[in-house]
Ligand binder design. Structure first.
Ligand code: SF4
Length: 405
């Protein structure tokens, strides 16, 4: 049986760096044509090497999700998107009903472009709205106006996208619930199928972090942030959105992001492009045979080095690490605690060889007594956090880590 993976394409181009962003991206758009060529080359080489076609004639790996993220994938010309998709469809057995997501930034697309994406088979859009408040958009250093965000959502709906997600950010300087709820209310008007609400983090080396360190503005205190987090969940819940991951809300289970859900369940993913990460979860077959641990690897975070490496016929992998047993358990616990489905205890026990409920008995019982977590027994044993528990996620993860490491 061949493995099922999710596939991620990193498009590392942005028109301008946003003030809070520490993702790898470049504004040197002249690299675009060479990047596309190199990307196709990387996909070709890696899928040939990793497919069981070291034993030729075996089919390529299956994939149920393709995801174009960035950076700003919507800076890719449609012709380039077409080429990349063709390469992916020849390198993977992509399921007929695969979820194919494309991140779009307002201000970089028009109706014709969105129609083109739809005709190429993209069936899910993730739109980087971030806010419907012009002052907040300015602080975040976004390139677009509120009008462009609205036009993008409306055009996406008009050309037939029915699976649309919008990203929003809260916890910006001096943000109050009154500001934030206006953003949420505006987002609800569009009845999109998915909302990602991210708490602002100031990445190292970002413009906003430097300004904050210079004392130019203050951020909401932890208590306010926790209140914003909980109130967001309650408000969106009342409006039909299921809070299925710490930052993600879907209009029903069918609108959850399959691609990201695979990450949270620690399934394998192949990431292509500069700075993209990949994860080989190893199948049961691999573990039963006593082979190595799961491996995470990542590409060089430099588009020009990425292109040069591939031109010289080598792969642009910068580093890789094998996950120890403890790391695997800790990651499964951390990721599980972020989701409403919780920790899959059966899966953890299978890897760890220890009785989860026994090892964590005092902690689980304390969390339950405090109303922070729920332990569910039965064939699908799991432990998930309540909303109050998720608001204290970091402390709870630490408590689990103390027992694992
Ligand atoms: S558009 Fe996205 S990836 Fe690009 S700089 Fe802004 S936040 Fe970062």
């Amino acid at each position: 049986m061949s493995e099922n993976v999710c596939v991620y394409i990193h498009v590392p181009f942005c028109i301008k760096k946003c003030s809070y962003c520490d993702f790898y991206s470049t504004d040197t758009l002249s690299f675009l044509p060479a990047y596309v060529k190199s990307l196709q080359q990387e996909i070709g080489i890696r899928t040939r090497l990793s497919s069981p076609s070291a034993q030729p004639f075996l089919p390529p790996k299956k994939s149920r999700t393709l995801y174009f993220g960035g950076g700003t994938p919507s800076l890719l010309p449609l012709e380039a998107v077409k080429k990349i998709l063709e390469t992916l469809f020849t390198s993977y057995r992509v399921a007929k009903d695969a979820e194919i997501t494309f991140e779009v930034n307002p201000g970089t697309v028009d109706r014709l472009y969105l129609e083109g994406l739809r005709n190429l088979g993209i069936n899910r859009l993730s739109i980087g709205v971030q806010s419907f408040d012009a002052a907040k958009i300015k602080v975040l250093g976004r390139i677009h106006t509120i009008g462009q965000s609205v036009d993008t959502i409306e055009a996406a709906k008009a050309v037939g996208f029915d699976n649309i997600g919008c990203d929003l950010i809260y916890g910006t300087p001096d943000e109050t619930w009154e500001n934030w709820i206006q953003d949420l209310k505006r987002a609800l008007e569009f009845r999109v199928s998915h909302l990602s609400c991210y708490m602002l983090t100031l990445g190292p080396g970002t413009f906003l972090k430097a300004r904050h360190e210079q004392g130019c503005f203050s951020l909401p205190d932890p208590e306010t942030l926790s209140d914003l987090f909980m109130a967001t969940s309650v408000f969106l819940g009342q409006n039909g959105y299921e809070h299925y991951e710490i930052s993600n809300f879907a209009r029903g289970r069918k609108n959850r992001s399959c691609h990201n859900s695979n990450y949270w369940q620690m399934r394998s993913y192949d990431g292509f492009g500069p700075s993209a990460h990949s994860f080989d979860a190893m199948t049961d077959k691999g573990q039963d045979a006593g082979l190595a641990f799961p491996v995470r690897s990542w590409n060089t975070a430099n588009v020009s080095a990425y292109i040069e490496t591939l031109v010289s016929g080598r792969l642009p992998v910068r580093e890789s690490e094998a996950l120890s047993l403890q790391q695997q358990v800790l990651e499964r616990v951390m990721l599980g605690l972020r989701t409403s489905d919780g920790i899959d205890i059966t899966a953890v026990e299978k890897i760890w060889g220890q009785d989860f409920s026994r090892v964590f008995a005092p902690l689980l019982s304390r969390l339950e007594t405090q109303g922070l977590g729920v332990f569910e027994t039965g064939p699908g044993k799991q432990f998930h956090l309540t909303l109050s528990g998720r608001a204290r996620l970091d402390n709870i993860v630490e408590a689990f880590a103390d027992k694992i490491l």
